[in-house]
Design a protein around this ligand. Sequence first.
Ligand SMILES: Cc1cc2nc3c(=O)[nH]c(=O)nc-3n(C[C@H](O)[C@H](O)[C@H](O)COP(=O)(O)OP(=O)(O)OC[C@H]3O[C@@H](n4cnc5c(N)ncnc54)[C@H](O)[C@@H]3O)c2cc1C
Length: 381
Amino acid sequence: MKQYNIAIVGSGIIGMTCALHLSKLNNIQITLYGMFPKHSEFKTTAILKTSFNLLKQIIDINENDATIQKLKKFKIIDQISKRQKILDFDSSELDIDSFAYNIKDSVLSEKLINQIKKSKNIIHVNEFIRSINTNLQEAIIDYDGNKNYHDLVIAADGRNSIIRKQNQLSVERIKYKENILITKITHSKHHKNTSYEIHRNGSLLTSVPIEDNMSAIVYIDRPEIISKKSVKSLDDYFNELLGSYLGNIETDENHDVFPSETIRVNKLFANRCILIGESAHVIPPIGAQGLNLGLRDIEAIHSLLDKNKNINPGSKIITSKYNHLRWSDIYKRYKSVNLLYQSMMNYNFKNSIIRNLGIISLQKSKMIRNILLHEGMVLKN
Ligand SMILES: Cc1cc2nc3c(=O)[nH]c(=O)nc-3n(C[C@H](O)[C@H](O)[C@H](O)COP(=O)(O)OP(=O)(O)OC[C@H]3O[C@@H](n4cnc5c(N)ncnc54)[C@H](O)[C@@H]3O)c2cc1C
């Protein structure tokens, strides 16, 4: 069988997962470029049940690990208009044990790094790539004075992707006026495997279980409000909003802040390169969609290469088919998550009617709830 040589640029969670998954194909040698990541200690990711199976195939991980919290329930508390509305979603509605598994990025990365180090089919180049030379015939990566030739280059180099820029792939990039603060809280009551999401006009507060009496916090608000909050005022704020569900709350002394932005590319391939993960799509952190979209990019390229072992992986047949396979899923998530985000952050009369109608239907109609749950979980595509 003909052997091919694939480069993956970027060793974040998506790049490492892609390298490990593709390395299972027996006709492919992988070169993974980039330094292993260092994550914020507060950053966790809820991995949807449907994507978790991919991780189970490549690393030593399972649903019952002590490092994982099962997310069985979501409670959305809508405080945008005067009358508070509450929406409850329970995984038992779908006859499943949980919607998603929440894990610290640092823990997941460590497991991936250990496995990469053991893999014979992956060469790890601990370098930042400064340029790529590519056309329809070849893809050459320059690093440290060396030139490496690859059949296909997979860009997993995140939201400021060099591979995307050098291929002149155009992007729609919106910098929102909010920032995202992440930290963790300890609470006197058990979270009961529930993630709480509190919507207010112009802000969003989410708690996601990480240990028995501990939850990760994702708080989105305007930078001038976030920057004024001391640990004490964050503590008061979290107690006010979440205290009735989680009991007495103590907030960690530290936090990290990120800009809120969204990115969509017009095409997922050029020359001998394809884009996966945040090099291809960035969406606001609501509804646990970002990394999960990236994991589905990996499933798609894996399945294409597996079914077409006699075709060069960098040929246009493969790269354009990848684009075709991923386009609608990415576009749908990008549109729906951004619409929801904007309706929360810019509350106006039109948005208020849409939101209220949506919430009433979600409260009353079992059918609409089922569609939403299935769509959110991507059980149907
Ligand atoms: C607060 C927050 C909460 C979130 N929660 C969830 C959630 O619950 N569920 C979910 O599904 N998603 C969630 N997301 C989204 C998720 O975190 C991202 O989609 C995911 O981390 C992106 O991973 P990535 O590997 O594509 O990108 P990155 O993590 O950015 O990795 C890119 C890597 O490429 C490297 N790199 C860049 N340039 C080069 C170069 N030239 N050469 C070599 N290497 C390079 C970088 O150093 C980095 O290691 C959340 C995001 C945020 C901000």
